[in-house]
Design a protein around this ligand. Structure first.
Ligand code: SF4
Length: 110
């Protein structure tokens, strides 16, 4: 699977280290990501991240969504993820996020 590395870099699961070579990486991430249930997942192998699984790997997607169900910052995550195009964010697939966006748009513009 092709990963969108820019997208993965923004996802809470990719944030595991507070600093790298003296540079404070926390400045690149919203503060709520410190409390993310998925923080650090896939840090040893970014290609093994259930939030960005190989296409069709339902077990990975189910595992990611279960983590989101336990997460304390799901609302913050969903707010950030509204325009993200790949992966699981806040327990939602790309299609589910798009559907929610469309519903909100309909509610506002009727
Ligand atoms: S809701 Fe899910 S994707 Fe978002 S920070 Fe929590 S565990 Fe990670």
């Amino acid at each position: 699977m092709e990963y969108n590395t820019e997208q993965l870099a923004l996802h809470a699961s990719s944030w595991s280290e507070p600093s790298l070579l003296g540079f404070d990486l926390s400045t690149l991430h919203p503060a709520w990501q410190r409390l993310a249930e998925c923080r650090g997942i896939g840090k040893d192998d970014p290609m093994d991240n259930p939030f960005f699984p190989v296409q069709g790997d339902m077990a990975a997607t189910i595992a990611a969504k279960a983590m989101c169900d336990r997460c304390k910052v799901r609302q913050e995550c969903e707010a950030q993820a509204q325009t993200e195009e790949g992966g699981t964010w806040a327990g939602l697939s790309e299609r589910q996020r798009r559907a929610r966006r469309e519903t909100r748009w309909q509610e506002r513009h009727g």
